[in-house]
Design a binder for this molecule. Structure first.
Ligand SMILES: Cc1cc2nc3c(=O)[nH]c(=O)nc-3n(C[C@H](O)[C@H](O)[C@H](O)COP(=O)(O)OP(=O)(O)OC[C@H]3O[C@@H](n4cnc5c(N)ncnc54)[C@H](O)[C@@H]3O)c2cc1C
Length: 314
């Protein structure tokens, strides 16, 4: 007698979308709204929180090689297969956060807030450059969750969500500009019984925005200007002040759920302080390097700038 083993559906797929609207929402943020009939299939159950998507960016003037099966469905190991694709068809992948999903009479829309950053001459930054040059109607490929493939057995992290406070009533959020969209979305969904603090460090006070939250989390914006202090320095100082070392007379932070995302070196420094000195439980917390200074690629494992394949600089 033979038995069949059901493979669970894979929760990610590639969505062909196009740029529907472009709005600068601060001197360093460009909001790009994507639309497309296929977005009817995009989504997670419940709020998006810090939902991560990946953007597939073509090398300048080159078509992208098709990704995934017919209809864009993906499978375990798709990323390794993508890495094996020859340039220029491979293009580049960078991670972004879903700022908002809206249903409109014309169909569904997704907002993504891109930090527009400049890099030293001679080196590229494909995602920032793509966003800076995008026009309404420009096509794009987004890798994200396929709503119908998500079941009760799917772990949240498989869909791209890392915010899992496990019922904590005290939270600590900290991030640089790349984490502003995620912190904004998380705070929007927090209930009234949740308290704590959120710290956001950006370059320019003109990038501060109003965040609405039903929670009692206190939001503090920090700007590196006009002192032009080093990246992460203001976050570090603010957190040391708000979260004292273990053993002091203030309430312990062991039961606080912390969510920290920023440039990788900043995250390392904040994690070391919060876990080793303030006594935060690392198992109840999420620390994520969203980018690495001097490295190309999202996250902590980028390629040192200058060592990328030639096509990066085209
Ligand atoms: C889960 C996740 C969610 C993210 N969400 C967002 C988001 O919503 N919005 C957003 O803007 N970013 C977000 N990021 C960060 C984004 O993926 C990185 O900043 C990415 O490196 C940008 O790609 P790029 O092609 O522009 O530059 P790269 O080619 O990756 O890097 C080129 C050079 O630019 C530098 N660099 C990269 N990013 C920055 C930056 N922000 N400021 C200054 N220098 C930089 C690098 O150190 C490198 O020297 C997210 C990252 C992760 C992992």
């Amino acid at each position: 007698m033979s038995t069949t083993v059901d493979t669970p559906p894979y929760p990610l797929r590639a969505f062909d979308v196009e740029v529907f609207r472009i709005k600068d929402v601060g001197p360093h943020f460009r909001r790009i709204t994507f639309s497309g009939a296929v977005l009817e299939r995009f989504g997670v159950p419940g709020p998006t929180r810090d939902l991560r998507i990946k953007l597939l960016i073509p090398a300048a003037g080159q078509p992208l090689a098709p990704l995934g099966g017919p209809d864009g469905q993906l499978y375990p190991g798709w990323y390794q297969d993508w890495l094996k694709t020859e340039q220029p068809g491979r293009g580049f992948i960078r991670s972004y956060t879903v700022g908002a999903i809206r249903a409109t009479a014309q169909g569904r829309e997704i907002d993504v807030d891109f930090v527009i950053h400049r890099v030293a001459e001679g080196h590229g930054a494909p995602a920032s450059e793509w966003a800076a040059a995008a026009e309404v109607g420009t096509g794009a490929v987004i890798i994200g969750p396929e709503a119908s493939a998500i079941t009760s057995a799917t772990r949240l992290s498989e869909t791209g969500i890392r915010w899992e406070p496990q019922g904590a009533s005290q939270v600590l959020l900290a991030g640089d500009e790349t984490a502003v969209p995620a912190i904004n979305s998380i705070l929007e969904t927090l209930p009234a019984n949740v308290g704590g603090h959120a710290f956001l460090e950006v370059q320019d006070p003109a990038d501060f925005r109003t965040i609405s939250t039903g929670s009692s989390v206190r939001v503090t914006w920090l700007a590196r200007q006009p002192t032009d202090s080093p990246r992460g320095g203001l976050l570090d100082a603010a957190i040391r002040k708000a979260v004292p070392k273990a053993g002091s007379s203030t309430a312990p932070v062991r039961d606080t759920y912390a969510w920290v995302a920023a440039e990788a070196a900043t995250v390392k420094i904040l994690r070391r302080y919060l876990v080793n000195e303030a006594g935060l439980d690392p198992k109840r917390s999420e620390f994520r390097g969203y980018w690495s200074l001097g490295k190309a690629g999202s996250g902590v494992n980028g390629t040192p700038v200058g060592q990328e394949p030639q096509v990066l600089q085209s």
